[in-house]
Design a binder for this molecule. Structure first.
Ligand code: NDP
Length: 498
């Protein structure tokens, strides 16, 4: 299965076409390391054209009736629905997410998010302020202008749509850059944008290396805001570049998410959720739990059952509907996972499961790592501190909820955490103390368009999804309409002209 005969194109100013310099990049299927497609490799020349198109389109798009903008988002959702089967396979083949995920989550979440935001955005309002009886004071919600949207590979289509939909409904125009290893479904989206009838220049989609075209988008003086999801190191680099223009950067970055399991947790529920949420998509989810703090009374039972459940995960060809875990997104991701496995061993952690590649011949050429669980004795170890972004997790025994909180907060990340207990009073107290953007109690990794998503500390500080996402794509313009026939009386108290 491949797309070598298919011509993927950029979208600039309403036209689908190759990169200006006609360069291309290969897309590799990580399940077997074979080339499955070629896509445009853009350069700064394409960035210039895309930004110019977005800038040219921005005023007419901002002044387009919001209902009309919403209708275009609904049309886009319909087209995605019609192409669901094709997108499911394409998503899987480019980065290894099993079809059980791409069919049941990614593609439905893509059209679901478009529809949710298309409706939600129409409720956007400004405010009126009782500042002065002789004035009418209000705020308008203004689009930011041209926004640069830079996205990662772990949920390629839905992450792009989570940014595109709010950007569009609030009247921004955009230049969208998907990840270089997995741009195929976003390039299909470019075709759907044309089919849906978006005006030229409103949505521009270009592919190419982040270090080159991503940076050019960030630095471009006609790009008013960046919305980025990706690694925290890259986020820092983007903020550094943007700072010379005081350009706002919305950032959804890495995480080292914790699951806290207290003695009174419901064992079967926590074991099942731990297994799914840690190993779903091979652990390549910003919100996956990768460190577990388990209270001593339930520790042995939890560890035994968790290891047993994880050992039953079916690892294999991501195109097979029975597969629960496919390969990592590309070989370097597997190398990173293997580095941290070795580091944990050297540091004296005890390997409880996995720690190696599968031996089956049909997986020998792919970027596979088996579900891996370590028992860890020191929270300072890389296993408990670094984002590995792989099916590799560490478990530590704790004496009390207080100790768990201290260890969870001993991290530079702050994306999310979960608490497993039947005592909601205790949970509420712990919620207050956790330094993270999301806390689930007796749940983990359940994310829906209606709920806000985003972290604190080095996980970033902005919000995706929910009504809060509209804040990221608008600013409040303050308007003062004076009704006082003698406006100068305000000044007379301070300055005398006589
Ligand atoms: P990266 O940060 O490597 O890449 C993300 C995007 O940034 C890609 O499009 C990439 O382009 C681009 N990019 C890379 N370097 C630069 C640069 N110097 N300037 C501008 N753009 C650049 O992340 P991954 O794709 O590897 O995704 C995994 C990461 O994303 C993990 O850290 C994960 O935690 C995080 N993530 C966070 C989420 C959240 O909500 N908090 C959600 C999902 C993922 P290219 O591909 O060409 O290098």
């Amino acid at each position: 299965m491949n797309y070598l005969d298919y011509s993927f194109k950029n979208l600039i100013d309403g036209k689908l076409g190759p990169a200006v310099k006609k360069g291309t990049m290969e897309i590799i299927n990580p399940a077997n390391n074979q080339v499955v497609a070629n896509v445009p490799r853009c350069t700064t020349e394409d960035v210039e054209l895309a930004v110019a198109a977005a800038r040219k389109a921005r005023l007419s798009w901002k002044n387009t009736y919001i209902g009309e903008r919403a209708n275009l988002l609904f049309k886009l959702a319909d087209i995605i629905r019609k192409h669901e089967d094709e997108l499911v396979t394409m998503e899987t083949i480019q980065y290894g997410g099993p079809v059980s995920k791409t069919r049941n989550f990614d593609i439905p979440a893509a059209y679901g998010t478009l529809e949710y935001i298309a409706g939600l955005g129409r409720g956007l309002t400004g405010t009126t302020i009782s500042a002065d009886p002789l004035a009418r004071v209000m705020t308008f919600r203004e689009p930011c202008g041209v926004v640069g949207l830079i996205t990662p590979w772990n949920f390629p289509l839905v992450t792009a749509i989570s940014k595109l939909a709010p950007a569009m409904i609030t009247g921004n125009t955009c230049v969208l850059k998907p990840p270089s290893c997995a741009p195929l479904t976003v390039l299909k989206l470019a075709e759907f944008v044309v089919e849906a009838g978006f005006p030229p220049g409103v949505i521009n989609i270009i592919t190419g290396p982040g270090s080159e075209i991503g940076e050019a988008i960030v630095k471009h003086r006609h790009v008013n805001k960046i919305n980025f999801t990706g690694d925290s190191h890259v986020g820092k680099r983007i903020m550094e570049l943007a700072s010379s223009q005081i350009k706002p950067v919305a950032s959804e970055l890495g995480g080292k998410n914790a699951m806290i399991v207290l003695d009174d947790a419901e064992l079967d529920a926590v074991v099942e959720t731990a297994t799914y949420s840690a190993f779903f998509n091979s652990g390549q989810n910003c919100g996956s739990p990768s460190r577990f703090y388990v209270q001593e009374g339930i520790y042995d039972d939890f560890v035994e059952k968790f290891v047993e459940a994880a050992s039953k995960i079916i690892v294999g060809d991501p195109l097979d509907p029975k597969t629960m875990m496919g390969p990592l997104a590309y070989n370097a991701c597997r190398d990173t996972a293997e580095y941290y496995i070795q580091s944990a061993k050297k540091a004296g952690s005890k390997l409880l499961l996995g720690g190696e590649r599968p031996t089956s011949p049909d997986m020998k050429d792919g970027a596979y790592v088996l579900p891996t669980i370590f028992e860890v004795y020191d929270n300072k170890q890389e296993m408990m501190q670094e984002e590995i972004f792989a099916p590799v997790v560490g478990i530590m025994k704790v004496k009390s909820p207080e100790e768990a909180i201290e260890l969870v907060n001993d991290s530079r990340y702050g994306l999310c955490a979960s608490i497993w207990t039947q005592d909601y009073r205790k949970a509420l107290k712990m919620i207050d103390e956790l330094e993270v953007g999301t806390v689930w109690v007796n749940q983990h990794l359940k994310i829906v368009p209606e709920t806000p998503w985003g972290g604190c500390k080095e996980s970033g500080w902005t919000k995706e999804n929910s009504v809060l996402v509209l804040e990221e794509y608008t600013y409040h313009k303050h308007i003062w309409l004076n009704l006082d026939e003698k406006p100068h009386t305000f000044w007379e108290k301070m300055i005398s002209l006589n």
